[in-house]
Design a binder for this molecule. Structure first.
Ligand SMILES: CC(C)(COP(=O)(O)OP(=O)(O)OC[C@H]1O[C@@H](n2cnc3c(N)ncnc32)[C@H](O)[C@@H]1OP(=O)(O)O)[C@@H](O)C(=O)NCCC(=O)NCCS
Length: 121
């Protein structure tokens, strides 16, 4: 996600952002951005990234669970590249399931999986 796009979304009243801070280095270790929809049923997990030096410690899962707590929607959904095995495995572990596939969704032609999680499950 570009810096400009991130700045735009963070300013939106629909955005819920959660950040993990590396206190020792006064830096951001990870962030998650969720967009809520007034008229739609489901909230969308729009962007999630963990800094390379902080990966493999469960930070993404913690941020996702925080978003689930903050969301008032019955379902959360997200799109993920079909070649992003690490992210897909993480989402499956946390209870997301594949609901659709979007052909050539990304600029380089890669497909997206649409994954959804019902908060009542
Ligand atoms: C996908 C991503 C958010 C996962 O974040 P994370 O906090 O590292 O997640 P986890 O700690 O649960 O680790 C996920 C897997 O990464 C692998 N991993 C372990 N150590 C790692 C390390 N040092 N560096 C990279 N990956 C590592 C492991 O396979 C781990 O799975 P495990 O729980 O079976 O060990 C992170 O890799 C990332 O930011 N990737 C780039 C952006 C991205 O793809 N975002 C998602 C877009 S939909």
């Amino acid at each position: 996600m570009s810096r400009r796009s991130l700045a735009h979304h963070i300013a939106s009243p629909r955005a819920i952002v959660s950040v993990a801070v590396d206190a020792e280095h006064s830096d951001i270790a990870a962030y998650i951005l969720m967009l809520s929809h007034a008229q739609r049923r489901d909230d969308r997990l729009y962007s999630l990234a963990v800094a390379p030096t902080h990966r493999g410690r469960g930070l993404a899962g913690q941020l996702l669970q925080e978003c689930e707590r903050l969301s008032h929607a019955p379902n959360l959904y997200l799109e993920v590249r079909t070649d992003n095995d690490t992210a897909i495995a993480l989402y499956q572990r946390l209870g997301f399931r594949e609901t659709a596939r979007r052909k050539s969704y990304y600029q380089d032609g890669m497909d997206a999986l649409v994954m959804i999680k019902s908060k009542s499950q």
